[in-house]
Design a protein around this ligand. Structure first.
Ligand code: ADP
Ligand code: MG
Length: 262
């Protein structure tokens, strides 16, 4: 096994440039995600938060720089480690898209089958385990349309953890949910980190949720990480880009957990 990883970063972006034609999204992005932390990414709509997550999985093309994920390096034209990276990294996509025509069981089994696991008893067992972890035991036979929005997000989460990833990427996991479900998903993200020991990178618009769950918060602006630090240091920041963003957003109806704010 690979033991040369001495630095604490499990993901490291180095000098990333991403452009879609003339739309330059990142220019020289640098960011390290620490092993076992929950890092939240904030930033205005369209600033590149989803792109940043997709770079990790090789889902968008980029022009310069490299991303190291737990010892595997991806760079433009060098994606031989992509499969290895995808095995280690699970993603809960924006909207938490489930396959509407498949049962909850088949949704969760899907990525496992893609990986060549076909033993039904094994798939059943794994689906049962991950549904229990997200607090939805026994709903294997239900169709997505029968579930509430909050439940669908939790099934998407169950699907993402089914492959036992080392890193989970969450793209706006609480968007569109009511405050009770925002809190439930936020608590689940923290609980899964404790229980599975996964590192989490969470993109959110929800400041209350960010302050509730994060070890550190990074703010994307002007094609880079404009600021990064503890919740408290972000809240105290005098950087005008941070202030503009934080001051424009009310903390919302969800209380911050202890340590999450004054
Ligand atoms: N696959 C793509 N093709 C072309 N442009 C894209 C693609 N994905 C994202 N973009 C553009 O990149 C920018 C950042 O998008 P995105 O990361 O989705 O923003 P957000 O911060 O809201 O998640 C936007 O201008 C968007 O239009
Ligand atoms: Mg997005």
């Amino acid at each position: 096994m690979n033991t040369e990883l001495t630095q604490e970063a499990i993901i490291r972006f180095s000098g990333i440039h991403v452009a879609f034609g003339s739309n330059r999204v990142f220019e020289g992005l640098e960011l390290s995600v620490r092993r076992d932390e929950i890092l939240t990414i904030l930033g205005e709509s369209g600033c590149g938060k989803s792109v940043l997550l997709k770079v990790i999985l090789g889902l968008v093309p980029w022009q310069q720089g490299s991303v190291n994920v737990d010892g595997h390096t991806l760079s433009p034209g060098h994606d031989s480690d992509l499969l290895a990276v995808r095995r280690k990294v699970g993603m809960v996509f924006q909207g938490g898209a489930l396959f509407d025509s498949l049962t909850v069981f088949d949704n969760i089994a899907y990525p496992l089958r893609e990986r060549g696991i076909s033993d039904r008893a094994q798939l059943r067992k794994r689906a049962g385990e991950v549904l229990e972890m997200v607090g939805l035991p026994g709903i294997e036979a239900k169709m997505p349309a029968e579930l509430s929005g909050g439940m669908r997000k939790r099934v998407a989460l169950a699907r993402a953890i089914a492959e036992a990833p080392k890193v989970l990427l969450y793209d706006e996991p609480t968007t569109g949910l009511d405050p009770v479900n925002v809190r439930r998903i936020s608590e689940l993200i923290v609980a899964l980190r404790e229980r599975l020991g996964v590192t989490a990178v969470v993109v959110t618009h929800d400041l209350a949720s960010a302050f509730m769950i994060s070890d550190r918060i990074a703010m994307v602006a002007e094609r880079r990480i404009a600021a990064i630090g503890s919740n408290e240091s972000l809240q105290r920041s005098s950087d005008p880009r941070v202030r503009r963003f934080l001051d424009a957003m009310p903390l919302g109806s969800t209380e911050a957990l202890p340590g999450g704010g004054p």
